[in-house]
Structure formats: C-alpha cells, structure tokens
Design a protein around this ligand. Structure first.
Ligand code: AMP
Ligand code: GLY
Length: 427
C-alpha cells in the first residue's frame, strides 16, 4: 500500500513511523510533514494539508491508496468528504461527523439526545444571560468557548468570580474570535482523566490502549493549559471493568447515535473522560482524531501492525482485522521551548539527537523542529520533541524516557519531570 499522512506534528511523525513498519506498506508520504519525518516518509513541505485539490493531485501522481488525516481542522472543513467523493480511501470522519469535536454545543446536545453520560451544561449566545446563570449558580463550574480554540478555550473555575472573568475574555474581549460567539457553562466533574481511543468503521470497534495526557505546563499539574506535555499508556485507571463501561455506556451509544442521525462515524474516536472514585466514566469531550502527544506512546507500545486498522476503518472492513496488541507500557516526555505555551524563541540548535536516537526502545518524535542552512536541527515550535520510551512497565519506560531526555539539549528547554507519576503512585 501507498499511504499519505496529512499533518506536521509529533502525532503525524508517530503515525508515519508506525505505518512505515507495516509489512504491507510500499511508500509513505507526508503533507507537509516535518524535518524529523523525513526518515520515515517522503515529505512535501510545499503543499498545504488543507488544500483538497492539491492532495488529490498528489494522490493521483503517486498512486496513493490511503490518506490518513492527522489534525481536526481539515476534518472539520470536509477533507475526508472531498477525498471520498473522488474515490480515495480516507481515514477520518466526515465534516458532519466531525462536529463531535468542532462544535462543543452540538456534541453536548448529541450526548443529551442519546443519554451519554457527561457534565450537566447550559448554552448561551449572549453575555448577559450567561452572567445571570453564573451568578445564580455561584459554585465551581467550567466555561468553554464553543468553537475550535486549540484546546485553550476552556476555563475550570472555582467560583462565580473566575467564571465571570472567563466569560468576559471569551465573549466581550473575544480572545478566541468567533469560537466565542457561544459559550457552554458546565458542571465541574471530579475524578481522574483518561483518553480512550476507539478505531471504527462506523459499526465495528477496535480499541488501542487508554492513555493519560498531562495538559498543564508545570509539574504537579500547575501552570497554564498546553497542547500536552507528556503522556503514557496504558492508563491504570481504565481497568477491565471501567473499560467495559466506557464501551457500553459511551463508545457504542455514540456510534449508534451517529448512524441513527445519518452521519456514521469513521476514523478514530478519542474520548476525553473523567472517571470518578466509583469508576463511573463521563465524557469531558470528544475528539475526532488521534491525541497529541498520546499517540506517541500508544503507537510505540503497539506491537501489531497499525495499517490494517487504519485501512479497515477507512474501507468499512474492520471486522476482518485481527485485534491490536499493546505490549508493556510506553511513556512520552515532551521537550518544549522555554516560555511555551506563551511566547518563545525559535531557531535554537538542538544537540544530542543522534546519540539518543541510537538508544534501544527509545524513539524521538519531532513536533517543532526544522533544519538550518547547515543541515542541523533547530527548534521551530512550542512543543519541540516527544521523547518516547517502551518497556515492560510504566516505571521502567519512564526511567528510560528521562534518561533519553537528559541527553538532548537546547537553550531554554523545558519539560515536566513528573510524567506518569500518577500511574506510579497507585501501587
Ligand atoms: P476540553 O478542551 O474540553 O478537553 O477541556 C480541557 C480540560 O479542561 C480538560 O482536559 C479537563 O482537565 C478540564 N475540563 C473540561 N471540562 C471539564 C468538566 N466538566 N469538569 C472538570 N474539568 C473539565
Ligand atoms: N493531547 C490532547 C489532544 O490531543 O487534544
């Protein structure tokens, strides 16, 4: 098979790396790809991953069989629809189905229609009524901008004062632009978060492992929300009993609901969950693509071939594919630019990549790097690298990942030193 991966982050590097190992693969291309991905894929930095016509031209020229779409924005814009109309197999949902992520309000209404457990919520189009609602409630709550805001449009509030400030930012100052035309005010859920990944062709489901992300910038879950500072899999909070409930109460009802409403969901459904002390799972949010950085440990720990799963989901033949096998545990530590998620410097030299790349059971995925004129790697983004290790246990994988991290240097490098600590403190 000849495969195209759309996107340029650590997630897409991990996807291309894993796809390239398939015995069934003949070629891997990436649009636009990134500097680190060149080792596993032919990158097309001049092409725009959201330009369907440019992608179709490449698909024809290179006789590509499958397009795997990494990020949510092109899915929400209808890229998978356009490819399928042209007869090209695409991994990822239609624009209508992608509303599970692209409109939080639509997703909340969908969950209400299908009795899928989630936080109680109210929706507001105007600031005055949103303010009234917050003042009347005056307890902990969560305020969210409705549209896509790159994971940053959410404020978890302790009281009304904080919630009013969040409303002000979103609706009056329009910090997230049009994404803030509408807000959702939710009950604040308590418990432990986990990310659950179900690959589906609309009807059949296979699950990878459950993972845990670390969204805050600093150790101890302090500091600002980021795209994710590290992740590990499997997440022990999702034991067999909890997993069964996630499937029965959330994943299957979601897929059935999408079929009933005329928008069958295909691709990967990534459910962000809060699991309370009694093991009750509730949906925090849906995502319609793989998580980043979660995909990095998920794929490094996946022993079996990923390609048949992606292809089976794209073609509606997932039933025929053997279930995936995840071995041991994997931990990914994100090395970020100093200052991230706020302003940071770019173009700083990265040292140690070669030696660390040669370590066994370690893979360094690139997210924000580029090559300078001399052909050396320099920083070019907030999240620079995802240093990912695989071992028999979370503890060993974590030690190995941090050993690798200590061999990589760039000025101002910042990473959390407590990735996977929650899994270890459980014992
Ligand atoms: P989201 O972009 O919806 O995933 O929200 C970002 C983060 O905010 C989540 O990962 C949670 O940590 C937190 N969050 C969102 N909604 C809730 C909720 N209803 N209760 C508690 N925490 C929440
Ligand atoms: N790591 C969080 C996300 O991909 O949305």
């Amino acid at each position: 098979m000849r495969v195209l991966v759309v996107g340029s982050g650590g997630r897409e590097h991990a996807l291309a790396w894993k796809i390239a190992q398939s015995p069934r693969v003949e070629a891997v291309h990436a649009v636009p790809g990134n500097a680190g991905m060149r080792e596993v894929a032919r990158c097309h930095p001049g092409l725009d991953g959201s330009d369907a016509e440019a992608l179709l031209a490449l698909v024809r020229a290179e006789r590509l069989d499958l397009v795997v779409i990494g990020p949510e924005a092109p899915l929400a814009a209808g890229l998978a629809d356009r490819l399928r109309e042209a007869g090209v197999a695409a991994f990822g949902p239609s624009a209508q189905a992608a509303r599970l992520e692209s409109s939080k309000a639509w997703a909340k209404d969908f969950m209400a229609r299908h009795e899928i457990p989630t936080a109680r919520f109210a929706l507001f189009d105007d600031l005055a009524s949103a303010r009234d609602y917050v003042r009347a409630g005056d307890g902990p709550c969560v305020v969210k901008a409705d549209g896509l805001a790159a994971g940053k449009g959410v404020s978890v509030c302790d009281d009304a004062t904080q919630a009013l400030q969040a409303l002000e930012d979103i609706m009056a100052e329009r910090r997230f632009g049009a994404a803030g035309d509408r807000v959702i005010i939710e009950e604040r859920l308590l418990g432990e978060e986990a990310s659950y990944y179900a690959i589906t062709d609309g009807e059949h489901v296979v699950t990878l492992a459950a993972a845990q992300d670390h969204k805050r910038a600093l150790d101890g879950d302090l500091g600002e929300n980021t795209g994710g500072m590290g992740a590990y899999a499997p997440a022990p909070v999702v034991d067999e009993r909890v997993e069964k409930r996630i499937l029965e109460e959330i994943v299957h009802p979601t897929l059935r609901g999408m079929v009933q409403e005329g928008h069958p969901y295909t691709g990967v459904l990534y459910v962000g969950l809060m699991i309370d002390a009694q093991g009750n799972p509730r949906v925090i949010e849906y995502n319609v693509r793989f998580g980043d950085p979660e995909t990095q440990p998920l794929l490094v720990g996946l022993e079996s071939d990923l390609l048949p799963l992606l292809d089976g989901a794209a073609r509606g033949s997932l039933e025929e594919v053997a279930p995936p096998h995840f071995e041991g545990a994997a931990v990914c530590v994100v090395m970020a630019s100093g200052g991230y998620p706020r302003a940071f410097e770019k173009g700083l030299a990265i040292q140690g990549l070669e030696a660390v790349g040669a370590m066994s059971d370690v893979v360094v995925f690139h997210a924000g790097t580029r090559l300078d004129e001399a052909g050396a790697y320099v920083t070019s983004g907030g999240r620079v690298l995802g240093v990912t290790a695989h071992a028999e246990s979370v503890a060993l994988a974590r030690d190995r990942a941090y050993q690798a991290v200590s061999g990589i240097h760039f000025e101002g490098r910042h990473y959390r030193s407590d990735i996977a600590a929650r899994a270890l403190s459980r014992r």
